[in-house]
Design a binder for this molecule. Structure first.
Ligand SMILES: [Zn+2]
Length: 324
């Protein structure tokens, strides 16, 4: 088979222009190893919020939209210019600073669910925050991607001064017992590693953990909201200061595209019915009260609003703010 017209043109262009389009060595060096910012600053009243990325994880899109008819899912992904075989989720932890205290919402994944997590410490360092400066950490639920960074080097505590607040029902289910995750869409060896990762990540803080039942203000300006279903104890969080609020929906939705703009259910919901009710309660509250939302797994920085439209919901991403 001879070389096609397209191949011929490409080869010709490459041959003629390669020396010209290749960046000078100094320029190439300058760009090597550079990355975009892994943090995003904003305010909730008197509280300074900074979304600090722990990186990303990815999986088959079907995991995150288990109730979607395959053709509809492929079309939605195609219409959004996304691949149909791989879907990327962000890991958006949130640093809250107020009254001289530093509170982290979610600890992030480390590399418990893939090689692209674990950027939290570098991204905190980039804004001048050391792990020992964190006073408290609030975990919405104990899946590995939310607790992975709690275990530091040598199995020690990664945030040595932080009181770690965890929903009691998750602690009972995952740590005090052997959790039955047989209904989650995972191969058996992945399921075993998933459970082991949870137990290993939480072992260093077992003696000092602060357990909570959702529905109360666990720290000033940080109120937990019962949202069980994804896990037994999953809690959403309302951050509030003065008249301003931010609703952290945790894993009620993985993706604005899949779980808000389309009504598809995430596969890893342990109790799908309870999770569906929790999702609806959170979305309705965000839409009715016009509360900005932060989604842990949404495209960075994960902030926007949910509105009610055409019998369902729509995600409206917030515009970039240059002043935080
Ligand atoms: Zn998650």
């Amino acid at each position: 088979m001879g070389i096609g017209r397209r191949g011929f043109i490409a080869a010709g262009v490459a041959g003629a222009l390669a020396p010209l389009v290749r960046p000078p060595a100094a320029l190439a060096q300058k760009f090597e190893g550079t990355a975009n910012a892994g943090h995003y600053r904003f305010r909730i009243g008197d509280i300074r919020g900074t979304v600090v990325s722990d990186g990303t994880l990815s999986g088959n899109p079907r995991i995150y939209a288990s109730s979607a008819p395959p053709d509809d899912l492929n079309k939605a992904l195609g219409d959004a210019f996304l691949p149909t075989d791989r879907f990327t989720l962000n890991l958006n932890t949130l640093l809250l600073e107020s009254g001289g205290r530093k509170i982290l919402i979610e600890a992030g994944a480390a590399q418990t669910l893939g090689p692209n997590g674990g950027r939290l410490f570098a991204n905190l360092a980039a804004i001048g925050v050391r792990p020992e400066e964190i006073d408290a950490i609030v975990i919405t639920h104990t899946h590995p991607d939310h607790v992975g960074n709690l275990r530091g080097a040598d199995d020690g505590v990664a945030f040595p001064r932080a009181a770690v607040h965890i929903p009691e029902d998750d602690w009972t289910f995952f740590i005090r017992n052997e959790p039955d995750l047989s209904r989650l869409p995972m191969p058996e060896d992945f399921r075993r590693a998933f459970i082991a990762n949870i137990k290993q990540s939480l072992a260093p803080i077992a003696k000092s953990v602060v357990l909570f039942r959702p529905g109360s203000e666990v720290l000033p300006g940080v109120t937990t909201i019962a949202a069980g279903g994804h896990t037994p104890g999953m809690s959403a969080i309302l951050v509030h200061s003065g008249r301003e609020q931010l609703l952290i929906t945790s894993d009620a939705a993985y993706s604005p595209l899949l779980n808000i703009d389309h009504p598809w259910r995430p596969g890893p919901d342990l109790d799908p019915e309870a999770a569906t009710h929790a999702r609806k309660r959170l979305f309705d509250r965000a839409a009715t009260d016009r509360i900005p939302v932060l989604g842990f797994h949404f495209p960075f920085p994960g902030i926007g609003n949910i509105r009610i439209a055409d019998g369902g919901y729509r995600w409206v991403a917030a515009g970039w703010q240059f002043e935080g």
